[in-house]
Design a protein around this ligand. Structure first.
Ligand SMILES: *Cc1c(COP(=O)(O)O)cnc(C)c1O
Length: 410
């Protein structure tokens, strides 16, 4: 069986810097903080150059040297395609701003970018002999966990808030997870997993409580840099729940700079939240490094309804170091952006993706995003998973067809 050329040296506590051996099962560090995977970047840079990527398949595993899986037989794949960067020229004209690109992550397996994190976490779980995984989820992570685990013969238990979008609950259960709805938020569901893991023999796959989902999400940074000719955009707007993607991309840019593939320019990272659940925005504005638990969280954008994030300081550090900011938008603005993007650009965003567009529009007005900046928005899931409010009409075929009426609708 083919061995991947891998360069993992150890894991490191993101808070204290304490190191832990690779190739063993880990959750959080002793300090209760996320672990980051570290690589021998010197050896990595000698083993691969940019041109080596050219002949490889357009999929996530093209970056295998940057990833932790040691043996190719352990890779659990469902077709993790490179996702397109779609220019939104009409919106750019309308707003009179710089180039707008939308990275459409809805094309990934299970219809969301959670597939990037879970293909990695489940592949590593397989490599390290895990037999049963459990997770609290607002929907998409659970769906990706269920799919990849079923493929890898790993048992799964998934816990969702009771008002998780119906389609998410159904796809999780349909793809083989034992699925439970609880009358609380994702952090309450996280407590079910945390308190039960010893007795139940579960591996806790909560956001950032295992080290490898970040590595999977890191590929967003590698991929967008490669797609832009090893340049980064001026601004990245990221809908932020647990923040895995923002933290992962930030790590990707550091690793790429360390091996000389990009320069020192970084995008300004903007964490977008909903005004009904904005713990990171509050901490950003108050100048603190940790965020308080958000009470009574509510927003139609379920993927970013995360009242407490264990990686809060990693999100806030990246946002601040990049010269970016954190911003909240209203559900009304999310709905308006959702509808407007679909009608003008033909791009069906998810509500969380729409939140990034709403934030762009808002911040072009305040001037925190400049009119000449090249901006990248993340659409994190397919819009087809979410309810759409639309105007349509019925026709009674027992009556003569009324073309005059059809002509009047708009
Ligand atoms: C998970 C999720 C997010 C938030 O991603 P994080 O990296 O956990 O912050 C945003 N949108 C959707 C659709 C999601 O499923």
């Amino acid at each position: 069986m083919e061995e991947f050329p891998t360069f993992v040296t150890h894991l490191e506590c993101s808070y204290t810097g304490k190191t832990y051996p690779a190739d063993q099962l880990h959750g959080l560090s002793e300090a209760g903080k996320p672990l980051l995977v570290r690589y021998d970047l010197d050896a990595l840079s000698k083993a691969i150059n940019k041109e080596d990527l050219i002949g490889r398949l357009p999929e996530l595993w093209r970056y295998r040297e940057f990833l932790p899986v040691r043996r190719s037989e352990n890779v659990v794949r469902l077709g993790e395609l490179v996702t397109p960067l779609l220019p939104a020229n009409k919106l750019q004209q309308e707003y009179g701003c710089g180039e707008i690109l939308i990275k459409d992550e809805g094309r990934l397996p299970t219809g969301s970018f959670k597939a990037r994190g879970l293909t990695m976490a489940v592949s590593m779980a397989k490599e390290l002999g895990v037999e049963c995984m459990a997770m609290p989820t607002n929907g998409n992570a659970g769906a990706a966990l269920a799919a990849y685990c079923s493929r890898a013969n790993i048992e799964t238990y998934v816990f969702c808030p009771e008002d998780t979008p119906r389609v998410n609950v159904e796809e999780i259960a349909f793809q083989g997870a034992k699925t439970f709805l609880a009358n609380g938020f994702i952090n309450d569901c996280g407590r079910i997993v945390g308190e039960g893991k010893e007795t139940m023999g579960w591996f806790d796959t909560s956001t950032l409580k295992e080290p490898y989902r970040i590595e999977g999400k890191k590929t967003m940074g590698l991929e967008l840099a490669e797609q832009l000719g090893w340049e980064v955009p001026d601004v990245i707007l990221y809908p932020t729940g647990g923040g895995t993607g923002l933290i992962g991309m930030w790590k990707a840019f550091d690793e790429l700079e360390a091996i000389g593939w990009i320069g020192s320019k970084r995008p300004r990272m903007v964490a977008v939240q909903a005004d009904g659940c904005a713990p990171i925005v509050k901490a950003f504005e108050e100048g603190t490094r940790h965020a308080e638990l958000w009470q009574d969280a509510h927003t139609i954008a379920a993927g970013i309804r995360v009242p407490a994030a264990v990686g809060d300081f990693l999100i806030l550090d990246a946002v601040r170091d990049s010269g970016g900011f954190a911003v909240a938008v209203s559900d009304e603005a999310i709905n308006a952006a959702h509808q407007h993007c679909a009608k003008t650009e033909g791009i069906l965003l998810c509500p969380e993706g729409a939140a990034t567009l709403a934030a762009l529009k808002q911040e072009l007005t305040t001037g925190r995003i400049k009119k000449d900046e090249k901006v990248l928005l993340f659409n994190c899931a397919t819009g087809l998973k979410y309810p759409m409010v639309s105007d349509h009409y019925t026709i009674d075929l027992n009556q003569p067809i009324d073309y005059d009426f059809i002509r009047t609708v708009d």
